[in-house]
Design a protein around this ligand. Structure first.
Ligand SMILES: NC(=O)C1=CN([C@@H]2O[C@H](COP(=O)(O)OP(=O)(O)OC[C@H]3O[C@@H](n4cnc5c(N)ncnc54)[C@H](O)[C@@H]3O)[C@@H](O)[C@H]2O)C=CC1
Ligand SMILES: NCCCC(=O)O
Ligand code: NA
Length: 505
């Protein structure tokens, strides 16, 4: 398919249903990571803008056109948004690619997931109408009780740059389905498509203030959003250190958070795999998809020693075959990482691994044929020790480290040897063994004979230092609902008779 040329719209902040210049009028550059060129700019929100947006969100909750909508009414908006995103798919994919650097066909597939997510949460919004009030059976006839599931309130949504519009959608779609009013702060490294979502919401007539979009820096816009006293909840996806800062700030106000943080996930490959090439391709995809910038990347290959030499040979052949190019080119399978900062961070991880005694089996530098752009070769590192940084820390780039094992016990110990707990994968023909590993893996996600497939219906999230809370599926709606207990004294004409009654008046 021809990839459309594109003009980048110049946007302001999206507040109260319209475009609004930031109070301080600052703007930030948009950089194309494939060319290192500045190709536009985005508004830079500060605390003043956050306050204006939070007030607009609160007003929306108080107005009938949003605060009193049924799930079925909200579903109409979500379906209209899905239809508009679908209409603009080629353009949104191109905007995503020039902002984030991911191959165009990956960006287009992300847009398909965005459409599916909005439609999925439209269905769940409708279904909510029949679940809003649930009776609770009591052991006493003198009381009646029921539970209400109501919108939590004004929610702050803070998202990363690796799947810009998709991570925005993972939060915005369920939040709106639940009837919340949202203030979204996308990553300053890739904000274009999230701002376009604002234009789409304006076009479909989403009631003003239901969704507000503030682009800007983490400490200037994200931090005031977390600390704002009239924001009822924060949902965050991003790095561990930032997650800690957010949780610390939210704790001052006893504000609930959901944290989808990083990972250092294992993929365990046994010598009885169905097919060496199939296992090799899943191993590549699990770490090098999205230019290696996946929170759930299976970036630690734990390989049975009996097939290690043969498997690594095949893995090298597959890796050499990866087309590294401008992400707008057909069949590009690896584009640049998001920014110069990320590029330097990834190369530093590789040089540290070398200095700690590991072997760079393949890659380890920028591709020679690309002089511009934040490109890093797909890199495979062996002779890795558990004490090394490359084994322990999330790289967030196309870097796979490898260790071998002899026994299942050793494989499980290596797989769980991480402070993170997001995902784990196992490749083996023996499904009973896969069952044993599924139980033993300390993670929120387990892949069997695959790595990374991500659907909107199952729950997504981790444990340990990968955070807590679950996104996607019906689980995500719970993030944005307040569970209210209502208990009624069913015999109001009878005295409670706990205290001695004073003499009759
Ligand atoms: N788990 C994941 O999906 C992701 C993990 N990462 C990891 O994080 C590292 C740093 O990448 P960044 O984009 O800088 O991630 P980050 O975690 O710093 O930023 C993610 C989002 O949080 C916002 N933010 C930053 N500081 C904040 C604060 N104090 N309060 C409120 N919001 C704040 C940012 O503006 C952005 O919207 C990456 O090298 C990678 O290792 C990055 C992106 C996604
Ligand atoms: N396939 C989606 C992974 C989500 C993330 O990396 O943040
Ligand atoms: Na960018």
């Amino acid at each position: 398919m021809a990839i459309p040329n594109i003009r980048i719209p110049t946007r302001q902040l999206f507040i109260d249903g319209d475009w609004r210049e930031p109070v301080k009028k600052n703007r930030l550059p948009i950089i194309n990571p494939a060319t290192e060129e500045t190709i536009g700019d985005i508004p830079a929100a500060t605390a003043e803008d956050v306050d204006i947006a939070v007030k607009a969100a609160r007003r929306a909750l108080r107005r009938d056109d949003w605060g009193s909508t049924t799930g079925a009414q909200r579903a109409k908006y979500l379906r209209a948004i899905a239809a508009k995103v679908q209409e603009r798919r080629p353009e949104l994919a191109t905007l995503e690619t020039i902002d984030n650097g991911k191959p165009w066909f990956e960006a287009a597939s992300d847009i398909d997931d965005v459409v599916a997510c909005f439609e999925y949460y439209a269905d769940l919004a409708e279904a909510l109408d029949s679940k809003k009030k649930t009776e609770v059976k009591l052991h006493l006839d003198s009381f009646k009780s029921h539970v209400l599931r109501e919108p939590l309130g004004v929610v702050g949504l803070i998202t990363p740059w690796n799947y810009p519009l998709l991570m925005t959608t993972w939060k915005v779609a369920p939040a709106l389905a639940a009837g919340c009013a949202a203030v979204l702060k996308p990553s300053e490294l890739a904000s274009i498509t999230s701002l376009e979502l604002g234009e789409i919401c304006r076009e479909v007539g989403l009631p003003p203030g239901a969704l507000n979009i503030l682009t800007g820096l983490g400490h200037e816009a994200g931090s005031p959003l977390v600390s704002h006293p009239d924001v009822d909840k924060i949902a965050f996806t991003g790095s561990g250190p930032t997650g800690v800062k957010i949780m610390t700030a939210a704790a001052q106000l006893v504000k609930p958070v959901t944290l989808e943080l990083g990972g250092k996930s294992p993929i365990v490959v046994f010598d009885d795999v169905h097919d060496l090439d199939i296992a090799a391709e899943w191993t590549l995809f699990g770490c090098f998809w999205t230019n290696g910038q996946i929170c759930s990347a299976t970036s630690r290959l734990i390989l049975q020693d009996t097939i290690a030499p043969k498997f690594l040979d095949r893995l090298l052949e597959w890796t050499k075959n990866i087309k590294i190019s401008d992400p707008l080119e057909e069949d590009c399978k690896l584009g640049p990482v998001i920014s110069r900062g990320q590029y330097e961070k990834v190369l530093k991880f590789i040089s540290t691994a070398k200095s700690e005694g590991a072997t760079i089996l393949y890659g380890g530098d920028r591709p020679q044929h690309l002089k511009k752009g934040y490109y890093v070769q797909p890199t495979i590192i062996t002779d890795v020790d558990k004490s090394m940084e490359i084994w322990k820390e999330e790289v967030f780039g196309p870097v796979l480290c490898v260790k071998t094992f002899k026994t299942e016990e050793e494989a499980i110990e290596l797989a769980n040897d991480t402070k993170y707990g997001l995902a784990s994968a196992i490749m083996s023909k023996d499904l009973e063994r896969c069952e044993r590993f599924t139980k033993a893996f300390q993670s929120g996600i387990v892949w069997i004979n695959c790595s990374q497939p991500c659907f909107w219906q199952p729950p997504w999230g981790g444990k340990k230092r990968s955070g807590f809370g679950r996104e996607l599926g019906e689980w995500s709606l719970e993030n944005y609902l307040n569970i209210k207990q209502v208990t009624q004294y069913a015999t109001p004409d009878e005295p409670w008779a706990f205290y001695k009654s004073p003499s009759k008046l």
